[in-house]
Design a protein around this ligand. Sequence first.
Ligand code: FCB
Length: 449
Amino acid sequence: MPPADAIFPPGFVWGAATSAYQIEGAVTADGRGESIWDVFSHIPGNIIDGSNGDFACDAYHRFRQDIALMRELGLTGYRFSIAWPRVFPRGFGALNPAGLDHYRRLVDILLEAGIAPLVTLYHWDLPRPLQSLGGWANRDTAARFGEFAHAVAVALGGEVHDWVTVNEPWVAAFLGNLLGAHAPGLRDLRVALAAAHHLLLAHAEGMSALRAEMAFGDRAGIALNLAPVEPLGDSNADAEAAHRFDGCLNRWFLDALFRGRYPDDMLAWYGDAVPEIRADDLARISTPMDLLGVNYYTRNVVRWQPGAQPVDAEVVVRPGVPVSGMGWAVDPEGLFEVLTRLHTDYTAPPMLVAENGAAYPDRLVDGVVDDPERERYLHEHLLRVHRAIETGVPVGGYYVWSLLDNFEWAYGYSQRFGLLYTDFATQDRIVKRSGHWYAGVTRANGVRG
Ligand code: FCB
């Protein structure tokens, strides 16, 4: 790589991210229980290519080789998640020590490799028995999550210094319980709003469970999927739809976490679908965090669409705008806007870009995967992170989604996000062109400006 001239601060973390169900496979190994994703992915019609996570990338068995590849990429951080049903196969009650041992080994080998773990506690794999009790619509699930968080913190607390409680509560609540696209596959606004509130309560329970075990300097926070929202046209209806969509996606969570209240306009819009909110819920939810994970993929352009759940708004792509394999608009400037908004409107704590990346239809040809689009995508987004830092926004690290091609939820294996190409027939990993490029970035601690 030619010399970098957009240099990042010393100690900036160069990472990549994954999550348990998307990569581990080994769904019955060492006493693992079932999660809602095991159930959902096995129901015909739910996953675009009829696949599931039974084998995925077999990372449960191959993590040593994967960590060797992380070293080749020059990573200094790795974000992964702990499968709750490996630790508590029923979600609560009897702990499964073998499940925790797996993560102890993973963390040990990461540390030996000089790679700092960033551990996510909930990346959507709710234990099946808890769904039978109502899942996230049941307030008690947040307390069960607190117990799980505490058990993990006790086991890994000395070695793990950075924690994410919950990944993307918006996605878990709305795609899972309103739009039926993710597990548990429900379509009910009341359930989705209850889930959203209880996921934030779970975050609060997780924060206090972690705090009880954390050492000075350890950090914990949440990871949110955030995006700038703008109206498609200049009609009032589009403008109002965009404001509501911003309320649903961004403000609902940010106002609760940083201001201790839900936005009035959204409370009015949801009306009696809003769940019971107890007196000190929002005080607990807004307990200060040490870090904020920002997951960014695209800007959301919105038009008024009466009946579109939950806010009469439909996300569209402006004609002519380049899109990734997911059909998402490629919009690096949006990342700068999100980071800046968090800093100025919400005085967010130090931030990590905990996910950023793009799917493209990669092909392995003669042992090579040539993915210039992904390289460009990452490069452009990193330039915006750099600019944000230069203007005083505290961003301490960047994690590419994803380390390797994996089970992309409802899209199965049809969308490849990796820096490493996964050959799912052989489980070989091949460093893509973008991976070689990223290795140059991590070593230079910067990109070409
Ligand atoms: C995020 C998820 C992650 C992955 C990427 C593409 O919403 O957190 O697991 O699916 O999108």
